[in-house]
Ligand binder design. Structure first.
Ligand code: HEM
Length: 221
């Protein structure tokens, strides 16, 4: 009951970066290069939402706040939403749907190649984020597929690192946060492997995991 109105509030909060951009565009506050501002803002928020999504499991386990899981899918889908806006800004406002120029760019500029890869990897995750897809794929396969988020986040950080010309402090900060979040998973995996060597450390094989993923996201306690 306490959390009844919390989900819509979180949902609206996730839309604030878009609303800010919209407001700035409406008020003519996007500066001399609006496309650059929109590209940077949507790129930043894609990476932030990817990191927020990856923070849910460690936070939930370390604090015992199991309800946090209810927000993981929403954050993941917002990462995809901002990535789509970021990509649309590029193909529409930057390249005016010039497919030839885009393909040359994707092939030649390595930071675009990596960014494009990061975006492509998010598509199957967004498609299979529903409870129906969890059931259809089964817990183990769904879990394996959704590990693509790690690759996408790594590619996203590399994309940022490669595109900055001088000041690498921001990509460094993102890389440090991602390193902590991925290290947590490696530690958990090593511990599980030590406890039960037969499982090969695969948490996906454990009944607890199977129960978790076969339950629709929203109903997980
Ligand atoms: C998951 C996918 C992606 C993530 C996480 C991501 C993230 C970012 C970030 C953080 C920035 C820099 C923002 C800043 O300077 O504050 C950026 C810039 C940029 N991204 Fe992406 N991006 C992704 C996909 C893509 C794709 C698919 C394209 C185009 C095919 C793309 C094209 C660009 C461009 C052109 C810039 C600006 C480069 C510049 O200022 O020189 N990104 N992106």
């Amino acid at each position: 009951m306490r959390f009844r109105y919390f989900k819509p509030v979180v949902f609206l909060a996730c839309l604030i970066p878009l609303a800010r951009l919209g407001w700035k565009a409406y008020s003519g506050l996007l500066g001399a290069n609006p496309i650059e501002v929109i590209t940077h803002s949507t790129g930043d928020w894609t990476l932030r939402f990817l990191l927020i999504t990856l923070s849910v499991t460690p936070l939930r386990k370390l604090t015992g706040q199991l309800w946090l899981i209810r927000y993981r899918r929403m954050f993941g889908l917002f990462a995809f939403f901002y990535a789509t806006l970021h990509f649309l800004t590029y193909i529409w406002l930057d390249k005016f749907f010039d497919l030839h120029e885009m393909l040359i760019d994707i092939a030649k500029r390595k930071f675009i190649t990596v960014g494009f890869t990061a975006f492509l990897l998010l598509i199957p995750l967004a498609i299979t984020s529903t409870s129906g897809w969890i059931r259809r794929l089964g817990g183990k396969r769904w879990n394996l597929l959704h590990r693509l988020i790690y690759v996408s986040a790594i590619a996203g950080v590399i994309h940022y690192w490669w595109l900055v010309k001088a000041d690498i402090r921001k990509p460094e900060q993102y890389a440090a946060i991602l390193a902590v979040l991925l290290s947590y998973r490696v530690i958990v995996w090593l511990r599980q492997k030590k406890e039960d060597p037969r499982s090969g450390g695969a948490a996906a094989n454990s009944p607890a995991f199977q129960r978790r993923v076969s339950t629709p996201h929203d109903q997980v306690p």
